[in-house]
Design a protein around this ligand. Structure first.
Ligand SMILES: [Ca+2]
Ligand SMILES: [Ca+2]
Ligand SMILES: [Ca+2]
Ligand SMILES: [Ca+2]
Length: 296
């Protein structure tokens, strides 16, 4: 895009910089580019499908989405699909099978596997892009990108991503995709864009997942879109992947739309976090047996 730093993939490493519910913060954002644009990231450890994680949610992807008019049922959002892969052959390379999180709107992934052809001849409008600044770094000539395309309704037809459950819904109708939910400002424990805890660290704040099934952001969560490893499926068969964890994550722009002056609709990624397991309370006795109390 216009700002070359938007294409700098190392920006996705480390914690996000939250913009809150009213605006996205782009200081750490990487744009995925047009349809099929993707980024693949590696963890230095296997992210586990850990039953101690809150609500069983194992990882969080942070983008620059925000609420339109501060209404959580109307999101400025550019959805991206999530695929995860376990380093089965233990060679440190992402050369193992990929599994898709289908989310709410990809019931039959093979039916929506699509390609987009691009070329670097911006004056010929047979293929996009139409501007030199949109050509991804390193691409020349003609190239293709691929993705599981999200349905036009609700992802492409309207500028704001509307909750299919209605304007006053409390149940979230769209989840399982990246860059749909705001990243809160560090220390804002109740999603009102004012800081409640000056001392909380990014490592604490941005590892507490929001409940993706309910509208709005849970108290204490730093926002973002949270995922359960158990949601992953083999995209060819729909069978559960049954992964105990993953080492690699691929995030792919899954909408194909060019919005006049806004340019390509492209998802942004600011960070990915392994959820912190819920801390166990101190193990201690839970009751006193009265008849056995002895005092001196
Ligand atoms: Ca899980
Ligand atoms: Ca490997
Ligand atoms: Ca607050
Ligand atoms: Ca939520």
């Amino acid at each position: 895009m216009q700002d070359p730093a938007f294409n700098e993939p190392t920006r996705t490493l480390g914690p996000p910089t939250g913009g809150g519910t009213l605006d996205g913060d782009n200081t750490k954002a990487v744009t995925l580019g047009g349809f099929g644009g993707s980024i693949t990231l590696a963890f230095d450890h296997t992210v586990r499908d850990d039953p101690h994680n809150p609500r069983g949610l194992d990882f969080i992807v942070f983008g620059n989405a925000f609420w339109s008019g501060n209404d959580p049922n109307q999101r400025w959002a550019e959805a991206a699909t999530i695929e995860i892969s376990l380093d089965v052959n233990n060679n440190g390379l992402a050369d193992d099978p990929w599994y898709l999180i289908p989310g709410t709107h990809l019931p039959d992934p093979p039916a929506v596997w699509q390609q987009q052809t691009w070329d670097d001849n911006t004056s010929d409008n047979t293929f996009p892009p139409a501007f030199d600044s949109w050509i991804p770094p390193g691409e020349t000539g003609v190239w293709q990108t691929f993705a599981f395309r999200l349905p036009a309704d609700p992802f492409e037809n309207s500028i704001v991503l509307e909750n299919p459950n209605g304007p006053f819904a409390t149940d979230e109708g769209i989840f399982g995709y990246a860059d749909c939910s705001p990243t809160l400002i560090l220390g804002d424990l109740d999603a009102d864009n004012t800081i409640d805890d000056e001392t909380i660290t990014p490592e604490q704040f941005y590892t507490t997942p929001d409940d993706p099934f309910t509208v709005g952001i849970d108290p204490g969560s730093g926002g973002g879109d949270a995922f359960d490893i158990a949601w992953a499926v083999d995209p060819a068969t729909g069978e559960a992947a049954s992964l105990y964890g993953f080492d690699f994550i691929r995030i792919t722009n899954a909408t194909n739309i060019i919005l006049g002056p806004f340019g390509e609709r492209s998802a942004e990624v600011c960070a990915v976090a392994d959820v912190a397991p819920r801390l166990r309370l101190l193990d201690s006795p839970t009751r006193v047996i009265p008849e056995n109390i002895t005092r001196r």
